[in-house]
Design a protein around this ligand. Sequence first.
Ligand code: FAD
Ligand code: SF4
Length: 507
Amino acid sequence: YREMRLILGDQLNIRHSWFEDTEQVLFVMFEMRQETDYVRHHQQKVAAFFAAMRAFADVVGTMADILYVRLDSPKNQQNLVENLAKTAKALPQLEKFCFQQPDEYRLAEQLNKLSIAKTNEVVSSEHFLVDLDQLEQFLPTGKSPLLENFYRSIRRATGYLMDGAEPLGGQWNFDQDNRHALPASETVPTPVTFSNNVEHITQMLQANHVEMLGKLEPEALNWPISRRQSRELLQHFVRHALPKFGLYQDAMSTRGYLLFHSRLSFSLNTKMITPREVVETAIAEFESNPQAISLAQIEGFVRQIIGWREFVRLIYWREMPAYKEHNFFAAKRDLPQYYWTAETKMNCLQKSIQQSLDYSYAHHIQRLMVTGNFALIAGIDPNQVDAWYLGIYADAIEWVELPNTRGMSQFADGGLIATKPYASSGNYINKMSNYCQSCYYDVKLKSGPKSCPFNSLYWHFLNRHRDQLAANPRMGLMYRQWDKRPAEEQDAILQQADTWLVNLNEL
Ligand code: FAD
Ligand code: SF4
């Protein structure tokens, strides 16, 4: 072989131009302890990655030569650099080492330093809409990035939902039509399920003592592990959930773990499908079925994929490695134990965490306004918060997890992504979910042993960070509201929050 090409576990893109010419090429893939152990992961996440990697290697094997090293192979060095060096050493004709631009900073660090062949070549992963060499054009350094501006420029560049130079329907944003709570009368679509048998993988993980969390039925892994299954999930979504995606995008309910969301994040992040095909399939469905899918629904969905997803990636690459160190509020409390067990009397956290342990999935508002919000107002160390999000969700890869967690949900970057902290009292959760109806705590109370902990912790958070937040124009109203409250009420609320904070694990 003259050329060795590395395929990372999140580069399962069979349509990559690499596969057009495979003469004298050896493809290599490695399952490694380096990847299973950088945080404690959900069993479903590890199993889904390895199962998807193995399925992908089988497909590559039908058209090219591939070396696939399993986790339990005696030849495995369990580390990317050493595995590559060892493989290269055994290829005397090797001239070129080729890899696709990795999405994670730690992998780029490892690969950029490598010297195992005469030449190294880095190519695009051919997945994202914006290439990293266009970063400066889309998010110029030194300027505060704004999702809305970025999103509009991508709409213009791609022509998605455009009418010439204008947005289809004459407006860019339909948020005011969307984001309703789920009424009891609404029928929730039945999610598509997969039953992938991964017993061989779980046995291997157990035999090798990989420490993991969460539930998994080894004979029925419910994540798509191939392009075909990813397409099936996409088709099911555009038919059954897209018609009401935006409408209930912020709703939370015990009536379903998925509601009107797509669960496409794992397929997208492993690159089994591309953002272009997801968006184009959704737009085609909207065009062929305008009675069922309104512009507000399709726009809400397209915004997530071509807006948020691409935007956070650019932020990650613009701001790393410093981004990982940000801790604007100097938060340092330990993550409460119930994040790992779901054993808490707070029903919103109980349901969101239990669901995450069961499915390795939570939708955006559960992540942002329940688990994230609580960690923010309770002042939890962002390193521990990051490790939790990175471990528990099947779709968690640092480039997308970190800006969302540390930036958007913990405001640890001081407001680079979010214009104000996503902190809220129990009021918001009560408005958007049915969690409070069967909670031990009372969402209407702000102090006392039965009061909703979110209520007093919210005001405590605003008070302890007044110096950092009061000047924020989007926070002024909240401070004015607080200042109008009688001193006795303020004291009771703050004392209650202090009590919760010393007994955080007991809530
Ligand atoms: P849908 O609601 O169906 O949305 C469709 C797609 O849009 C998603 O699959 C995703 O690719 C994209 N998308 C939507 N919102 C975002 C966003 N804020 N950032 C990037 N892409 C987005 N997403 C991840 O993929 N990996 C993560 O590790 C991750 N961590 C998060 C941590 C926190 C604290 C928060 C608040 C959000 C996080 N997100 C993450 C974003 C979002 O919550 C998930 O992408 C989404 O819940 C995945 O479910 P879905 O596929 O059903 O999404
Ligand atoms: Fe959560 Fe408070 Fe509602 Fe209970 S009352 S579910 S703790 S928001």
